[in-house]
Design a protein around this ligand. Sequence first.
Ligand SMILES: Cc1cc2nc3c(=O)[nH]c(=O)nc-3n(C[C@H](O)[C@H](O)[C@H](O)COP(=O)(O)O)c2cc1C
Length: 347
Amino acid sequence: MTSTRSGVGEATQPSVEEIQRAVALAVRAPSIHNTQPWRFVLTADALELWADRQRQLAAVDPDGWALLISCGGALYLAGLGLSAEGWRTTTERLPDSTRPDLLARLHFDGRQPVDGNVDEAVAAAGRRRTERRPFRPGVVSTDLLHVLRAGVDDPSLYASLVLRADDRLNLAVAMSWADDLETNDPAYRAELATWVRPDAAAAGEGISPTAVPRTSPGQPRHTDVPVRDFAAGDPTSTAIRGGQVIDEQPAYVVLFSLDDDDAARLRAGEAYARLSVDAERLGLATSAMTQALDLPGVRTRVRTLMTWLDHPQMILRVGWPPAVDPAPRTPRRPVAAVLTTTRSNLA
Ligand SMILES: Cc1cc2nc3c(=O)[nH]c(=O)nc-3n(C[C@H](O)[C@H](O)[C@H](O)COP(=O)(O)O)c2cc1C
């Protein structure tokens, strides 16, 4: 089913309001510690995406890998937002080697009818969130996971499932080892403490402590591969570790790229955002768990341990959302804080 938006056939460029709505969707992208390391510039003929290096995290993201994944998500959602406004776009990635922080240009290629699929994806993008609470028990069928994998339609990327018991064990070992390495680093803990903040909603950035489940001595978390411990260093919280009793059965989806450069990471970020939106449409919940990928040296070792031939860019936990209220929606900075223009008419 398709529909047209008002003004079809008239304008050759999106209006400022259309751009603002597209950017409002783009900023819903997942980002490391909800740092939102991006900015957008509306030029005469394109919407540009720039890396905001001031928001790159020194301890958890020394080589800017997470920044690029995060920005890739914003790029995917900006394109989706423009489609929802009735604009066809083409994406030019890393268009200027002398300006590496100019990550992409979305060019406007004229108007097109809006597919009902696009509207559904936009609605799901508004609902999606990182679900860190234990999933509802219940296996996600391999068929459903294959539907999700098929959404990765970029030939330079693919998503794989970690299914074999020995691979899951190796993943658990790798994740625990990487997690220990990070949580024992005072700089990592200090950085985490500034981004997990009670005033996240007012600040429009960071992670509210309510979005991060804590364990207590009487209620350990039962899972096989440890999730990131956002309370690292807090003596009142028991570390979240794999336990003897496993009562959630997440699927683990790893997103691989054939190359390992900035373009591959940007594309992987686009695919991650799309996967999380598609999962939401299928009624599934996702959370990134990237302790094993944050640091370049650890990434390399984990790749060897897992005998992965290609380059892991994202590890996702996928499962059925808990049968309680949805997790609180994480805040975002306002569009005005991330969008500027070289056009003269941006309000
Ligand atoms: C590169 C990258 C790595 C991430 N790693 C983790 C992680 O290890 N654990 C986790 O719980 N969330 C992780 N996240 C999810 C972010 O914390 C989350 O996207 C952000 O807080 C915004 O919340 P939302 O996804 O609910 O909108 C990661 C996100 C990105 C883009």
